[in-house]
Design a protein around this ligand. Sequence first.
Ligand code: HSE
Length: 425
Amino acid sequence: MRIGICGLGTVGSGAFNLLRDNGAEITRRIGRDISIAQVGCRRGHPDCDLSSADVTRDIFEVAENPDVDIVLELIGGTDDAKRLVLQAIAAGKHVVTANKALIAEHGDEIFAAAAKSGVQVRYEAAIAGGIPIVKAVREGLAANRIGWLAGIINGTSNYILTEMSKPGSNAAFAAVLKDAQDLGYAEADPTFDVEGIDAAHKLTILSSVAFGVPLRFDAIYTEGISEITTQDIEYARELGYAIRHLGITSSDGDAVELRVHPCLVAMDHMLAQVNGVMNAVMVSGDAAGPTLYYGAGAGSGPTASAVIADVIDIVRSKGVDTLANLGFTALDDRRVVDITEITTSAYLRLMVADEPGVMARISTILSQHKISIEALIQKNAQGDDAHVVIITNDVLEKDLNAAMEELASLKETKDEIARIRVAAF
Ligand code: HSE
């Protein structure tokens, strides 16, 4: 099989060098050579020796090159990437991509085109870098009815939260984000990381792979970490929780929950132990029970590992797609549950005037909405103001929204009320 690499950035250079370094071992595994027929890139990469490669500045030439069997779309973005992938598919080539936005937003169209052309589209590298999570769900857990999947799938957000959690940390959000950018983890536009969009792209794909439902990026609930403060992290710790940014999807066979937001995770839960830029995904199947996958979610080597494994799968399958693109031969168009219909326990932080009777008014409002309090702490905040931190019992989001509106309208309430949902699995 001959591949054409489009894009020679972090992932493309990693794939190029991985084939050079491990080519003999890969051939020993699969009994065939994988050669690079062409590289499409605007400029070279300092880590890649392109002296014996056929290099073109026009990536679309790779899609049409008769010597290329598999096109690696590693340019990122959605416009040129979509055009490139559709052109390659129309030319009868298999496609391997690391592009989560492309698959989450245009996957249905791309998979339909691939089915029509009888070629494969693989995207393991799009989610959680070096962790073979698509393979684990589509193949390893293929005998299960998946109940839920939850994970830390954005390394930048996890790095920022971990840094902010260090004891005595006054780390300002912007300074920590700058570190994550310097480490090379953040997206070109870091808003995608901190506002949860990157995680939403990844969870959209994982949900479809887990439940065999169409890709519903349009319906996912997305909240990032930009409102989380070091005080929230401190209060959560005092109450026995870490704060993690999670993607959560579940299905009862009828509807699908699809949400990305910060969560309180019990300190002794395995996901609370996942620190720095690392990713981890838990998947629960009815036969296997909960399983956990952990590893580097980005970076040249880990992402290239997933890209080349996809190439190897195509070679091993001799180009015949036995799995279909999402791992189901027929998709089930289940309803995506609106966030207001979700039931969780929640952390609330209110800034209130520290006056007699405030606590009574807060608990009256909560009880009027049939919300009971699981834990409560009060701390001096600034001047005569206090922070009241509450963990509720399980409550329907709609009821909590109504209660929060009333709490916000109390004359003693000084600021916006922070709400962080508690993870319960
Ligand atoms: N920006 C992503 C992250 C890179 O921080 O996880 C991998 O998709």
